[in-house]
Design a protein around this ligand. Structure first.
Ligand code: CMC
Length: 441
């Protein structure tokens, strides 16, 4: 039973109680109120007072931390970074400004922006030895495998920014990761296609610089299209943070032991790689290519609905959004802008995507289960049109999400309530039994 908090209660403070009864014993648990969104029942004393744990595989009902960075209302399709709606940031802001917002909590003044921009720009080069580190990888390695390795290896290069108890070193580590991630992702791409690495340039913006590092060759001049640079910048904004998703929770969990910050981000990259998380944009594009023609859509819809078939419509559904993913709306618009710019308005994949979306949104199965297109549905087509190979899609996601991971990691380190993460379990294995020697088994 929960007694509801009132609006006078300060966010994050006890504002009511919930009672839990077990084996004749009743305990009163505090209910905490957030600034917006659902209240949480504070169960920290549950085990001590009732000798029971809660059971929540996939953490669908568990708040693992207090955070003031990102808010999602999945039922209404709302996403806020530090209170600002994602649509407004994508329309009027830019990625570096969004990074500042996520890291510092407020939009920067013009002077703060200038200083931040300069600090990031002057950290974009990587230690020259990292070039040689790359050569240890096979050329056909997946860029995410390379990213996990190289970003983890940063911990072996930047010893002056790994003391997590020193706020200055934490800040330098943050700048280094935001700045170097595009350089590393571009190097992973160049390495896989056997072209020379392209060094960053300080006179270019973040997305423009990344496009150049990916697509320039020494044999000719390269000038990124401003429309494509703006579209990519917007894609980075859309992916910058998403509260306590699997990779962010991984970064927090890894960091909760006091681990090296670069190694924590590498752990986040590893988690993001999975097809149910960041790998879905690659999987969504592959699915659209496999469908190939609008005539085959009904066949795929039928398979996606068939309980006995493992096929899922990639780019559809979300653990949190039970409404249209607000990022997907911006992504759809960006997709059209990019295809228009590149003269690909009649791209057959776009035709398949739009028809698939139309059919699925009107199909009872998808309507009842509240399965809407997510951000990955249109991002694959957009990135492919820009010239990125599918294997690079998740690497771009990792690049953009790095700032969110760092903001969340910093918030955790600075939180006085922070403890090493240590979930419990419902044990269903053997009770105690005695060892039997090999000859007697
Ligand atoms: N196609 C067909 N059926 C689906 C789909 C789909 N894409 N997604 C969920 N369902 C069904 C699922 O079979 C289940 O049916 P039932 O209740 O009859 O067993 C029901 O909908 C609920 O699914 P769930 O897997 O229990 O839901 P979840 O919240 O655990 O999963 C998800 C969310 C994103 C893993 C899932 O929707 C999915 O696998 N989608 C495809 C992959 C994808 O696009 N992932 C990108 C997520 S957005 C990027 C990010 O933020 O990382």
């Amino acid at each position: 039973m929960i007694s509801a908090p009132t609006s006078q209660h300060k966010p994050g403070t006890p504002a009511g109680t919930a009672s839990v009864s077990h084996e004749g014993k009743t305990v009163e648990l505090p209910v905490l109120k957030g600034s917006v969104g659902p209240h949480v029942i504070d169960i920290r004393k549950l085990y001590a007072e009732t000798d029971t744990f809660t059971y929540d595989p996939g953490f669908t009902s568990t708040a693992s931390c207090e955070s003031s960075i990102t808010f999602i209302d999945g039922d209404k399709g709302v996403l806020l970074y530090r209170g600002y709606p994602i649509e407004q940031l994508a329309e009027h802001g830019d990625f570096l400004e969004t990074c500042y917002l996520l890291l510092y909590g407020d939009l920067p003044t013009a002077q703060q922006m200038k200083e931040f921009d300069r600090a990031i720009t002057y950290h974009t080069m990587v230690h020259e030895q990292i070039n040689y580190f790359f050569r240890g990888f096979r050329r056909d390695a997946h860029p995410m495998a390379v990213m996990v390795g190289v970003v983890g290896a940063l911990s072996a290069f930047y010893h002056d920014s790994t003391d997590i108890d020193d706020p200055h070193q934490r800040m330098v580590a943050s700048y280094r990761m935001v700045a170097k991630m595009p350089t590393i992702a571009a190097m992973a791409h160049k390495y896989s296609i056997g072209q020379p690495f392209v060094y960053p340039r300080n006179d270019l913006g973040y997305a423009e610089n990344f496009l150049r590092m990916c697509f320039a060759v020494p044999a000719e001049e390269y000038k990124a299209s401003p429309t494509l640079a703006r579209a990519l910048d917007r894609i980075f904004i859309l992916h910058a943070d998403h509260e306590q998703n699997a990779s962010t929770s991984t970064v927090r969990l890894a960091g909760s032991s006091g681990a090296n910050p670069f190694a924590c981000i590498a752990a986040g990259i590893a988690c993001l790689w999975g097809p149910a998380h960041g790998g879905a944009n690659e999987a969504a594009l592959q699915m659209l290519q496999e469908i190939g023609d609008v005539k085959r859509i009904p066949e795929y819809i039928a398979l996606a609905k068939d309980k006995n078939d493992p096929l899922r419509l990639m780019g559809f559904g979300h653990r949190i959004y039970k409404n249209y993913d607000p990022r997907a709306k911006v992504m759809q618009k960006t997709c059209h802008e990019v295809l228009d710019e590149l003269g690909l308005k009649n791209d057959p994949l776009l035709a398949v995507a739009m028809e698939l979306e139309r059919i699925a949104l009107n199909d009872d199965y998808f309507v009842e289960k509240k399965l809407y297109p997510n951000i990955d549905f249109y991002s694959g087509i957009t990135l492919k049109a820009m010239g990125f190979p599918t294997a690079m899609f998740t690497a771009l996601f990792a690049l953009a999400r790095t700032v969110g991971w760092i903001a969340q990691w910093t918030e955790m380190i600075e939180d006085p309530a922070q403890k090493i993460g240590r979930p419990r379990q419902l044990y269903t294995g053997h009770p105690r039994r005695d060892y039997v020697p090999l000859q007697k088994r």
